[in-house]
Design a protein around this ligand. Sequence first.
Ligand code: NAP
Length: 672
Amino acid sequence: MKPVTLQNYAEGKWIAGAGAMADLRSAVNGDVVALTSSQGLDFGEMLKFAREKGGPALRALTFHQRALMLKALAEALTAKKDALYELSYNTGATKADSWIDIDGGIGTFAVYQGKGRRELPNDTILIDGSVEGLSRNGTFQGLHVYTSLQGVAVHINAFNFPVWGMLEKLAPTFLAGVPAVVKPASATSYLTEAAVRVMLEANVLPPGALQLIVGSTGDLFDHLTSQDVVSFTGSAQTASKLKTHPVIARESVRFVAEQDSLNASVLGPDATPESPEFDLFIKEVAKEMTVKAGQKCTAIRRAMVPTKLLDAAQEALAVRLSKITIGDPRDEATKMGALVSVAQREDVRAKIREIATDGTIASGNPDASVGNTKGAFMQPILLRCERPWDARAVHDVEAFGPVSTLMPYKDAADAIALANRGKGSLVMSVFSYDTAFERDVVLGAGAFHGRIAFIDRDSAKESTGHGSPMPHMIHGGPGRAGGGEEMGGIRGVTHYMQRTALQGSPRVLSSITHRFMAGAPVEVSTNHPFRRKFHDLPIGYQLNTKTRDISLEDIEHFAHFTGDTFYAHMDEEAARANPLFGGRVAHGYLILAFAAGLFVDPDPGPVLANYGLDNLRFVKPVKPGDSIQVALTVKDKTLRKPDQGEVRWDVVVTNQNSEQVAGYDLLTMNAA
Ligand code: NAP
């Protein structure tokens, strides 16, 4: 097959690089599959194009519109995924490996589009946290908000996940309204290039939102500014080179690093060879060694077991690994494909030799010839380290291939200390049924690991496993792992936004954020708000109800009707003895029910359903003889479907002295 010449996508055009081309070879048979170069690109102009075209166009869209863009991109990628799978075989990936990369990447877009529409406002400003009172009378308040950065996200990715690696960074970036320049690792950039083509052909991205560099980044870093973000995934060595670039320091460019990591998995002290956790642990270690031929940043590099189980664990692992069929990833019988390149395999072999200075090879032969001799195949290698306390390489050297080291620990504290010897990792997993040990792990090791997965007999069947970063959860870790954080649901979006503390009057803050805040001007209702459709309800539209007296009979009737005869409502003497009540009080739920009775308009109308309350607080007791009144104000609104929207109402219940007795947000679904 004739190799394809890859193209860069710069300033709205596909451009082949000039000069000498780098050969990209198939991991399976060594054939040249693609040629690549980025020479001749004007990197400064690419960044300018993104800032001047892509950024403003993306920022003009609301979070929901950006989320719909992700949805359309996910659909386009799904429609063309067979072609991506076909290319993926050349990277050495089996179909199951490609599923993690391609479907996993598309799934990340799918999760983010859903979260974007459910958890973000249909707006361009994102509120962070709640209002802070900064003055006695409430005329000066504080609020934190996020707005989109006005620069470019430069995404530099590792070779092992050419699709997922790109999409997991793009999803939060696009939702944040920030354009991206993607630079995949050269070795597998032909697959990334194909995925970028699919996304651009979907025609949903504004010009300048997405550009691609296949090859070196040239002088790109010289043109970065403080509004840009570099998000890097790759080795610790490259990360340290890039983050010390003088422009990164001088301009305070945000630099996110997802590096390599000596991830640990611990079989709990409670395990025995018969316990379900023992089998689950063995299965997971073998899986993590062989999926993607062990080329996963999250793979288990250090497998720790109680000393008494070292031999049993080694034996079980060796049996399992011996059953792994290695070979052509297109062959359905193949369980483990090739490493990405012959050079990568040589690097892994060298690292194994280094790690072996701390122990012995317990299973597999690193130099055995497997599969096509022109391909980058190798056997999975299990090392054994008897004295991990005295070892260095095992806790320090990442062999980025099908390699893991088994080691003993003496007790729970020792297991935690050994796990932390990796000096910061992306993920640690614990196979135990002892929750006291698991809490100790969190307290002792939490600070060293970005994620901790507890897997046991209850969760194993549905568990997403040790090695899978989920879009809902943060991915990244401290120290050696790079100190970065990605994804984690909407947290990941905010990595591409600036948080700003706003201070001002409630009128100003409400107008800026499109969210009503207590103290802001209201529009007193002329007709009942429940008679108004979604689009006819302005923020701050307020209904003030009639009053309602609360009698002892009401309280007793409610108590017997509901069965809630708690002493505070029924026993004057006991209630008086409680300093919070000082006598019989109305049920909080009675206040809620009466409040609804005061503000509801009964006839069918635009309010389709009441679907819950948020932030409910009973702030002052209501006693027999008190009188309550409700202020119901439109707080904010989110269109959920073309003909339906969620209205959040601010509900404040006061007594006859205008003191607040209860407050909450009421949520209704309204016809638009
Ligand atoms: P790498 O050699 O560090 O390369 C990573 C990326 O950096 C590639 O795109 C590479 O491009 C680029 N790069 C290298 N030198 C550069 C420079 N001077 N300026 C700009 N870009 C430069 O890592 P890799 O071999 O691709 O990936 C394997 C490593 O990544 C492993 O250590 C693994 O643990 C880590 N990894 C971490 C994560 C995570 O999420 N934490 C995920 C996957 C992999 P070229 O390919 O063109 O050189």
